[in-house]
Design a protein around this ligand. Structure first.
Ligand code: FO1
Length: 318
């Protein structure tokens, strides 16, 4: 099926919701029509290995090998290594499965051999049979820091170890280098005819990607659409709903998502759940074209279904 003749879509993704819509888009768009740029702010060193949770969630989902229950990690996983690590009294709060470990070992090995993160991701995605280009947002460390009422925590400590319970005051990033993006991402930005914000957490999945001036400039200049990660005031998964009042003082809602992006003039269109139909007029008043749909992605068929709705709705933007 062809949606847009000779047009290119760039999807911004992070976490499980992002991976699911990216996979839906990949069902409808050819390899040269879709590039997925992924948040790397969640990455961290653990057991001496380089862990990139969002890159892995996206690649495992595209390869159809992700754990369908958690959304992250691999299906049919075992945890023998983790068990043995516990016997050695080493940190075990971040649960790495045995097969998943092969990913972290391989990526760490390739990085040590001199591959960039973009190159290592491409090599591994190809081996997993992924046709579409998956790009990390940055090749160097770029770490999301949760500024809480008591401490500044690295992202996975906040998210997994502390189960996102500390109250947030702000999100900031610590990074190496000069924020110059990889040439492959620059090319994808230059060539994109449409940018789609997947239904990922705006603060810790999409904002890290937008914090690169080259990305922000492209998004402001190109037709862009976002899918709301908030349905009926709740996040489908994770802390997005808790973060809205903490970080913006506003309640979690589809309208708050649209307003949060639109404060920076990022969007042309917004797709939200039909449960949130009552917010249509307020979202339209932000200058957005609005579509409501059943936006919960149940299984792979639901991912393809929502992606088709998004692509059809955005047809007249490109
Ligand atoms: N999330 C958890 O809540 N607990 C875990 O132990 C955990 C392990 C894990 C291992 C590999 C991986 O790729 C992801 C993992 N995640 C885990 C998910 C991850 O922390 C989050 O999904 C993202 O960073 C937020 O998008």
């Amino acid at each position: 099926m062809q949606f847009y003749k000779d047009k290119k879509v760039l999807a911004l993704a992070g976490g499980v919701g992002g991976a699911r819509l990216a996979n839906g888009l990949a069902q409808h768009l050819a390899a040269d029509e879709l590039t997925i740029v992924v948040n790397t702010g969640d990455d961290f060193d653990y057991w001496g290995l380089m862990i990139c949770p969002d890159l892995d969630t996206v690649t495992y989902t595209l390869a159809g090998i992700n754990n369908p229950k958690t959304g992250w990690g691999l299906a049919g996983e075992t945890h023998n290594c983790l068990q043995q690590i516990k016997n050695f009294d080493l940190p075990s709060w971040f649960q790495l499965g045995d097969k998943d470990l092969a990913t972290h070992i391989s990526r760490s090995f390739l990085l040590k051999e001199g591959f960039t993160l973009t190159e290592a991701t491409a090599v591994m995605a190809e081996k997993l049979g992924i046709r579409h280009t998956v790009l990390p947002m940055y090749d160097l460390p770029y770490r999301t820091i949760a500024v809480t009422e008591t401490d500044d925590l690295d992202f996975q400590t906040y998210f997994v170890k502390e189960r996102w319970q500390p109250v947030l005051k702000a999100i900031r990033w610590e990074y190496e280098g000069d924020k110059k993006i990889n040439p492959a991402l620059q090319q994808a930005l230059d060539e994109a005819d449409l940018i789609i914000f997947c239904p990922s957490n705006p603060f810790v999945s999409i904002d890290p990607i937008l914090s690169f001036p080259a990305v922000l400039d492209a998004v402001q200049a190109k037709p862009s659409a976002a899918v709301s990660p908030i349905i009926g005031g709740e996040a489908v998964k994770g802390p997005a709903a808790k973060m809205f009042p903490e970080l913006t003082g506003k309640p979690a809602s589809a309208l708050s998502v649209a307003a949060y992006y639109q404060e920076r003039g990022l969007l042309n269109a917004f797709i939200m759940d039909e449960q949130d139909e009552d917010q249509r007029t307020a979202v339209e008043a932000l200058g957005l074209k609005v579509h409501t749909a059943d936006s919960l992605m149940r299984a792979t068929a639901g991912q393809a279904r929502l992606a088709k709705i998004v692509l059809e709705f955005c047809r007249d933007l490109v």
